[in-house]
Design a protein around this ligand. Structure first.
Ligand code: SAH
Length: 354
């Protein structure tokens, strides 16, 4: 919990309450909420009196991230941001430009506790959860800095969003608010390594976002070897939660499958994956979508990236079994865009200079 107030984490109803507690009229909330969402800091709230602004400055903490470093891809214009947070920690966001609009990939925690063996974000563990304002702040600041409207959000940056459940749900409500950034739930995806209890809870709050599951293996033996979360919830429990999510929300689920050379990328792996998913979703009518990604090599993990032919053959096999498979294009390959790598190299630098 923060000791000071955090304006950017407040929904209009909470802002109202806060202003009333200061002896101000309720409508101050309506004056302020859209401006905060547009990236305004307290000094810029010129529709408030100077005295009130001073009071707000004394009582609140400015939690908007600041741009610490920014790398722009010469190949495709992808922008990788290293953001500095109020307490000095760093996170990453990536702005990707597509024909249909701009997608921002945001982080949900400072570091990650989940321990996936191929992932740079989890080396060094989790330092803390991000506040709603810091989740929203990534969208606000990336939009303001780039001058581009962020039309889609994917929660696929550093951290496990369902391990920061309440703040993530609050963020979703903030970013979707019509007086704020007004980004539709259907334009937001949340990716999880498979926190089963979180998937059931997410179905209950019933926000029509897209759920993405990082599956990465079709058997418990292989999945447990690369994803420790699989020791807590087996694949069958994970897929039951997915079926429940689909039945409750009607929203399609997509599966992420990272191909690691020699670990999970053979024709037999593809067949096993197809059988697994077709069996789990039989009779539900749910369309199944698998996103295939060739692993981004992270120095510390030692996992190898396979060939383009291998991933294409894997996709063909899934398609033959009735599963829609897409091979993820790699954007920003020249700006270290893989999850957690920029923060990692910055941490190494800061550690060696201190
Ligand atoms: N914790 C969430 C979201 C963050 S990771 C999750 O696990 O889904 C976003 C995606 O990138 C996940 O599918 C994750 O497994 C994948 N990923 C992480 N490191 C990777 C790497 N080195 N190469 C390819 N994909 C990676």
């Amino acid at each position: 919990m923060l000791e000071k107030k955090d304006l950017y984490s407040m929904l209009p109803s909470e802002l109202e309450e806060y202003f009333v507690s200061l002896g101000e009229p309720k409508f101050r909330a309506k004056q302020v909420f859209p401006r905060l969402a547009a990236g305004c800091r307290i000094d810029g709230l010129t529709n408030l009196s100077k005295t009130l602004r001073e009071r707000l400055k004394a009582e609140t903490l400015d939690t908007l991230p600041t741009v610490e470093e920014k790398l722009v891809s010469k190949i495709d214009g992808t922008v990788k941001y290293l953001f500095r947070l109020f307490d000095g920690s760093c996170i990453e966001s990536v702005l990707m430009k597509y024909k249909h609009g701009n997608t921002l990939c945001i982080s949900s925690q400072v570091g990650c506790y989940m321990g996936c063996k191929f992932c740079a974000s989890t080396i060094g563990g989790k330092l803390r959860d991000l506040y709603p304002s810091e989740l929203l702040g990534q969208v606000i600041v990336a939009g303001a800095d780039s001058g581009e409207r962020v039309s889609n959000i994917v929660m696929m940056g550093i951290g496990e969003p369902l391990d920061n459940f309440d703040n993530v749900v609050k963020f979703l409500r903030l970013v979707n608010h019509p007086d704020g950034l007004n980004i539709g739930y259907r334009h937001i995806s949340l990716s999880t390594c498979g926190i089963v209890t979180g998937i059931y809870k997410l179905a209950e709050v019933d926000l029509p976002i897209t759920l993405s599951i990082s599956l990465h293996a079709a058997t418990d033996e292989k999945r447990s070897a690369i994803m420790p979360i699989n020791n807590k919830w087996k694949i069958s429990e994970l897929l039951s939660a997915c079926v429940d999510y689909y039945k409750t929300t009607g929203r399609r689920i997509s599966f992420e499958y990272t191909l690691i050379s020699g670990k999970n990328d053979t024709a037999a792996d593809a067949e096993e994956l197809a059988t697994l998913l077709n069996t789990a979703f039989r009779g539900t009518g749910a369309p199944i979508h698998v996103n295939l990604i060739r692993v981004n090599e992270v120095k510390e993990t030692g996992f190898k990236r396979g060939s383009a032919e291998t991933v294409n053959a894997f996709a063909d096999l899934l398609e033959k079994r009735g599963i829609c498979a897409t091979v993820r294009r790699r954007l920003g390959s020249d700006v270290n865009a893989a999850c957690g790598q920029l923060r990692r190299s910055r941490m190494n630098k800061e550690e060696s200079s201190s």
